[in-house]
Design a protein. Structure first.
Length: 296
């Protein structure tokens, strides 16, 4: 099906009561709808080298949605995929560079350890270019197994690893504890010098942090227009915590917390014409994030 607007590219996005559009035309429509400047063209095919000197070529795309801009990069003829998110009104040239930096970090951090072919290792992962073991810290993207659609596979360092092979490689850590977390693809990559850290998504703790941050900027319950910008920037941390609750916690609990945060913002006396509109939009976009991405 051709795009309803340009009549040239294939339509990949359906907008209810508006039609079917290609990515470029959809973004043009969204810039007008959101009242933001058109995004300047960026280099949409980029090549980067990994630490071993191998070239990896990525196709880059931008998807504009209410409250969120999604940058994606997927490897052409390879298995790497990366994603970052920003706000539509942000500088998208900077957001683009953030994605490129994330790709570079992802290429640099290896989860698989290459073994010499001279070493016969019974629990190694055997791939087309050799045999590998597992680092004690790493990541893998979950995908459906090509042969059996009832099973998952992992894409690790850009290569598909079956669940059976992954399980066999884990035997070298017998007796250890496996700690894992299913994370959104837009989360930062796990790179050298980083480890997973337990982080609370308890809604009451998130709200207390939200209130504590607000208290820094309120004077007897009043928010001056002079402090609105700094207050908004500081509260993005609380919105990020809400996002974690949306992604990893109970959806109804997240909805109630988001509503509580919105009601608190609306109740604040202030002398700014736009507060708290932007923060309300951010919270709404966060609460609808999972559903929005599913529809796309």
């Amino acid at each position: 099906m051709k795009c309803n607007q340009c009549q040239q590219n294939e339509a990949i996005i359906h907008i209810k009561e508006s039609g079917d559009f290609c990515l470029s035309c959809h973004n043009q429509i969204m810039t007008k709808h959101l009242g933001i400047a058109a995004v300047d063209p960026c280099e949409m095919v980029v090549s980067l080298k990994d630490p071993q000197g191998n070239d990896h070529t990525f196709e880059i795309s931008l998807l504009l949605l209410p409250g969120i801009a999604i940058w994606r990069g997927w490897e052409i003829d390879g298995g790497y995929e990366f994603e970052t998110q920003s706000r539509p009104e942000d500088n998208q040239a900077f957001a683009y560079l953030q994605l490129i930096q994330k790709i570079a970090k992802g290429l640099a951090q290896k989860t698989l350890v290459r073994y010499s072919e001279n070493q016969p290792i019974s629990n190694a992962i055997h791939l087309s270019d050799g045999q590998y073991g597992l680092n004690s810290v790493g990541t893998g993207r979950i995908t459906l197994d090509e042969e059996s659609r009832d099973l998952a596979s992992l894409v690790i360092d850009g290569q598909v690893v079956s669940i059976e092979a992954f399980g066999q490689a884990l035997t070298c850590y017998e007796g250890a504890t496996l700690v894992f977390q299913i994370r959104d693809q837009s989360e930062p990559v796990l790179e050298q010098g980083m480890v997973l850290q337990p982080l609370s998504i308890d809604p009451e703790q998130i709200y207390q942090h939200f209130e504590r941050t607000l208290s820094w900027f309120l004077d007897k319950g009043f928010l001056s227009y002079k402090r609105v910008s700094a207050c908004g920037d500081a509260l993005t941390d609380s919105v990020s915590e809400l996002k974690r609750l949306v992604c990893y916690g109970d959806q109804e609990t997240a909805r109630k917390l988001g509503q509580r945060m919105k009601e608190r913002l609306i109740s604040i006396e202030n002398d700014d014409d736009y507060f708290p509109n932007h923060l309300i939009e951010m919270i709404n976009a966060t609460l609808s994030l999972n559903q929005t991405l599913k529809e796309v």
